[in-house]
Design a protein around this ligand. Structure first.
Ligand code: IPM
Ligand code: MN
Length: 353
């Protein structure tokens, strides 16, 4: 197979973890005889600094023409505490999602046995937790009509039936391939938009009799995720709720640096870690590259390259088992490895297989 990959490293720790993701991708592709070509492009604060636009036209073109985007992270503190800033790095990410029509964000919440002790939850609650949050990514408050005045401001949480139907379809298809349990998360007791979600879901459930559908208010879901994370198999929800719940989900596993995600839709799919740009760690060689590396596994699997994705996952497991870990997940007394060293160890392991 020949793959053209757009590499959008972005800000903060983005460039450091991106290098490791690319190295792993290259090693796997070499092993299986795939040809892979990379094109780097600017996004986020890096793009604002260079050309004044967080998602420049040239980056859009490179993404459009690629088979997949390997994205890292955007965000820079110089914009965070300045509510008057006209352009922000995050707008680059939102523009990318909108322009590529990436309406489905797939965020797996998976535990790693050897890291369960790092979770803030008790082992017996976390053990075996394995679910996927499917977050709608191009609608709702993020993109609805906005007004920002000095004395009044609002965001509109608008959803249309086709938008709800297409994301539910993705969710049902995931549920079918998994444990056949879908939880639709909404706030239908208060929000009109949520009542549309629920109505559409109830209609669609009839077409998926093999899947058990249940409905849960978002406040309740937030609680249940902590009380009994193993309850969930596939969860589907709107953009804003999904943003919040997936941060919560990432904590369950013990480190935010471990979870990858895929965003798919109408055009080129994007694969990225769910964590942010962690600007304080920039250049320190301490960021965990595993979420980025597992994003490469998701990318390969998206193209049907199961054995290739599996090799990446096994390499990640092997590095954890060998205690080759970045500081935040290292066991007491264990050596602390840097971003580069973890990446290199994984590449070497793959080459030896
Ligand atoms: C995420 C991030 C983004 C979001 C930010 C950076 C705009 O938090 O991907 O979850 O809110 O969607
Ligand atoms: Mn978020």
């Amino acid at each position: 197979m020949k793959l053209n990959i757009a590499v959008l490293a972005g800000d903060g720790i983005g460039p450091e973890i991106s290098v490791q993701g690319v190295a792993v991708m290259t090693a796997v592709c070499k092993k299986f005889g795939h040809e892979v070509d990379y094109k780097e492009a600017l996004v986020g604060a890096a793009a604002i600094d260079a050309v004044g636009d967080p998602f420049p036209e040239n980056t859009f073109r490179i993404c459009k023409e690629a088979d997949a985007v390997l994205f890292s992270s955007v965000g820079d503190p110089k914009f965070d505490n300045d509510p008057t800033a006209k352009v922000r790095p995050e707008q680059g990410l939102l523009a990318m999602r909108k322009k590529l029509g990436l309406f489905a964000n797939i965020r797996p919440v998976q535990t790693f046995k050897c890291l369960v002790h790092k979770s803030p939850l008790k082992d017996e609650l976390v053990n075996g937790a394995d679910f996927i949050c499917i977050r709608e990514l191009t609608g709702g408050m993020y993109f609805g009509e906005k007004h920002e005045g000095d004395d009044m401001a609002y965001d509109t949480n608008k959803y249309t039936r086709p938008e709800v139907e297409r994301i539910l379809k993705v969710a049902y298809e995931y549920a079918r391939r998994r444990r056949k349990h879908l939880t639709v998360v909404d706030k239908a007791n208060v929000l009109a938009s949520s009542r549309l979600w629920r109505k559409v879901a109830q209609e669609m459930a009839l077409n998926y009799p093999d899947v058990t559908t249940d409905y849960m208010y978002v406040d309740n879901a937030a609680m249940r995720m902590i009380q009994e994370p193993t309850f969930f198999d596939v969860m589907v929800t709107e953009n804003t709720f999904g943003d919040i719940l997936t941060d919560e989900g990432s904590c369950i596993t013990g480190s935010m640096g471990l979870l990858p995600s895929a965003s798919t839709g109408e055009s080129t799919p994007v694969f990225e870690p769910i964590h942010g740009s962690w600007p304080q760690a920039k250049g320190l060689n301490i960021a965990n590259p595993l979420a980025q590396i597992l994003s490469v596994a998701m990318l390969l699997e998206y193209f049907g390259l199961q054995a290739e994705g599996d090799l990446v996952r096994r390499a990640v497991d092997a590095s954890l088992d060998a205690n080759v870990r970045t500081p935040e997940i290292q066991v007491e007394g264990g050596a602390k490895y840097g971003t580069k060293e973890v990446g290199q160890w994984i590449v070497d392991w793959i080459e030896k297989q």
